[in-house]
Design a protein around this ligand. Sequence first.
Ligand SMILES: Nc1ncnc2c1ncn2[C@@H]1O[C@H](COP(=O)(O)OP(=O)(O)OP(=O)(O)O)[C@@H](O)[C@H]1O
Length: 244
Amino acid sequence: MVTPPDNDVLWARALHFQHNGSPALCGVSLGVREGEIFAVTGPRGSGKTTLLQCLAGLLPVQRGEVWFNSTPVHTMGPITRERLRRDRFGWIDPAPLLLPELNAWENAALPLMLRGTGRRRAKTSALEWLERLDVGGCARKRPYEMPQADRQRIAVARALASCPTVLFADEPTASLHRADGVQVLRTLTAAARSHGITVVLATHPADAVAVADRTMSLLDGRQVSTVHLPPVPEEGRAPCSLSV
Ligand SMILES: Nc1ncnc2c1ncn2[C@@H]1O[C@H](COP(=O)(O)OP(=O)(O)OP(=O)(O)O)[C@@H](O)[C@H]1O
């Protein structure tokens, strides 16, 4: 077995995945470096979600390898993968999946509490992240009382509050209007950069150009090219009015 390079926080080799016999990934390989924002683009059905789910341990790898920090994920059982996801990974869905029984800060604090952080500390951290994402005023509101854009900001705060090593964001702006989407994406990536969080982001090519360090494109489950973007000057990257 070949071991991954030391500076790759995530590394996958020859990944194959089929949903009920229909191929979704056909031999995808990649390496994501620590602190990098790595974008995966491709048309609908190209395999972006399946790739992120395999990398995050949500789907068991059927063929190929996934390594996280030199630890093989592809050989882990479901309980070990679940622990890895809880302790080291964050996840953002295309639409905000919040627990309707909990208010905004409780939703944002949940991953921290699942990791064993005390309620008071988890609440403080959650409230800080809600402020950074401009939804501090919604802290005591239930999801149904908030517009979609604010709910998605809560979901982003929830993913960032536990400072994951890797944040997987699956088309996090898909359910938002363009202006809201741009703001949420910029805030997310600026916060990840300032906290050294590695991001694997499924998104549109235009957003990838705006925020990512590298982009990989998929078509019908196959890697079609890897685009190395030129360095973006600091003042040109992800302008963000928030103190993230
Ligand atoms: N649960 C499932 N059962 C059966 N087929 C699935 C399932 N999930 C995905 N697929 C199929 O696998 C392929 C890859 O889907 P995937 O959702 O990974 O692509 P995607 O690029 O994320 O698409 P989208 O942008 O629409 O979310 C598609 O052909 C899709 O129809």
